[in-house]
Design a protein around this ligand. Structure first.
Ligand code: 3PG
Length: 305
C-alpha cells in the first residue's frame, strides 16, 4: 500500500481533507495527515516512510528529502514552490509538482479585498476613496494576475499588465493593456499587484526606484512573497512618500519598524490568500489525483524539477 503524508502546518479546510482522504482510500493508498506540527524536526521524522507528500508552504529542504528514504514525489498543493529544494529532490530522484491555478481565485479575491480595506481607511468610518476609474498594474500575468485583472475590470478600473513571458495579444484579449517594461507599469499605475515568484532574479527586485515611479496615492499589493520586496526600500518609500500605502498577505521582516505608518499599511496576521474551502478543495484534490496519476500511469504533468 502506497503511503502518502499530507504535511500541512496550515491545515486544509475539513471539507477538503475529507475529500483527499476519500480519494486515497478509493485508490487503496494509505493516507496520513500531519498538521500544525511543532517544528521542522517533527516534519523530518514524519516523512520517514512516506512515498508521497502533499504540502503547502511547508519547507521541504535537503534534510527532509534525505530523511524520506522512500520518497518518490512531493506535490505542492498551490502555485509557488520556492519552499522546496528542487536540486536536492532531483538528486534523490524525487519528482516535485505544483497544482497551478487551483487556488488562484482565492488569492486574487484577497488582493482586491485588501485594496478595498485600505482605500476605505481600514473600515474606520472616515471618508475614503473608490477603486472605480483608477489604474492597476498586474506585475506578472499568471493565474492569480489574470483573476485580479478580471475582478478589477469589474470594479471599473483600467488594468495594465507587464509579463515578458506572456504575449501582448493574450493580455489584450482579456481587455488588459500590455506594457513593455516594468518601469512603464509602475509609472502608469496607482495600484500595483505583485504576482511574481520568489527566485534569484526577483528577490528584493521591488525597490525604491521602482516604487518612486508610481503616481500619487500609490498602493503596492503583495499576495506573492515577502522576499521579492527590498525591505529597506519599503521603509524608505513610507518615509519619503506620505501618500504611499502597502497591503500584504506576506508581512515584511521589518514590519515592527513600520509601526509609525500604521494607517498606510495592512498585513494579514498570517498568510491566508489561499485559505478558502474552494481553494483547499481544488488544490488538495488536484494534488491527490496527481499523486495517483504519477504512481498508476507515470504521469508527470506539472513536474517542476
Ligand atoms: C501558493 O503559492 O499557492 C500560495 O502562496 C498559497 O500558499 P499556501 O498554500 O501556503 O496558503
Amino acid at each position: 500500500m502506497i503511503k502518502v503524508l499530507v504535511a500541512t502546518d496550515k491545515p486544509f479546510a475539513k471539507v477538503a481533507s475529507d475529500q483527499i482522504r476519500a480519494i486515497f482510500s478509493e485508490a487503496g493508498y494509505h493516507c496520513t495527515f500531519f498538521e500544525k506540527y511543532p517544528d521542522q524536526d517533527s516534519l523530518v521524522q514524519a516523512v520517514a516512510d512516506a512515498e508521497a507528500i502533499i504540502i503547502r508552504s511547508d519547507i521541504v529542504d535537503q534534510n527532509v528529502i534525505e530523511n524520506a528514504k522512500n520518497l518518490k514525489i512531493v506535490v505542492r498543493a498551490g502555485a509557488g514552490y520556492d519552499n522546496v529544494d528542487l536540486k536536492a529532490a532531483s538528486e534523490h530522484n524525487v519528482v516535485v509538482m505544483n497544482t497551478p491555478g487551483q487556488n488562484s481565485n482565492a488569492v486574487a479575491e484577497l488582493a482586491i479585498g485588501m485594496m478595498l480595506y485600505q482605500v476605505r481607511n481600514h473600515f474606520n468610518g472616515s471618508s475614503g476613496t473608490e477603486l472605480f476609474g483608477k489604474t492597476i498594474g498586474i506585475h506578472a500575468y499568471g493565474n492569480v494576475g489574470k483573476h485580479v485583472a478580471r475582478i478589477a475590470r469589474g470594479f471599473g478600473m483600467t488594468v495594465y499588465a507587464f509579463d515578458p513571458f506572456v504575449s501582448h495579444s493574450a493580455i489584450e484579449n482579456d481587455g488588459v493593456i500590455a506594457v513593455e517594461t516594468v518601469e512603464e507599469l509602475y509609472s502608469k499605475c496607482q495600484f500595483v499587484s505583485l504576482h511574481i515568484p520568489a527566485n534569484e532574479k526577483t528577490k528584493k527586485s521591488i525597490n525604491f526606484e521602482l516604487l518612486s515611479l508610481m503616481p500619487a496615492n500609490a498602493m503596492l499589493v503583495n499576495t506573492a512573497r515577502k522576499e521579492v520586496i527590498c525591505e529597506e526600500s519599503l521603509k524608505r518609500s513610507f518615509n519619503e512618500r506620505k501618500d504611499f500605502c502597502y497591503v500584504s498577505d506576506v508581512a515584511p521582516g521589518n514590519l515592527s519598524e513600520l509601526d509609525a505608518f500604521s494607517s498606510r499599511i495592512f498585513c494579514t496576521p498570517k498568510k491566508m490568500g489561499a485559505q478558502t474551502a474552494e481553494a483547499n478543495i481544488n488544490a488538495g484534490i488536484a494534488a491527490a489525483n496527481q499523486i495517483i496519476g504519477f504512481f498508476e500511469k507515470n504521469d508527470v504533468t506539472f513536474k517542476v524539477n
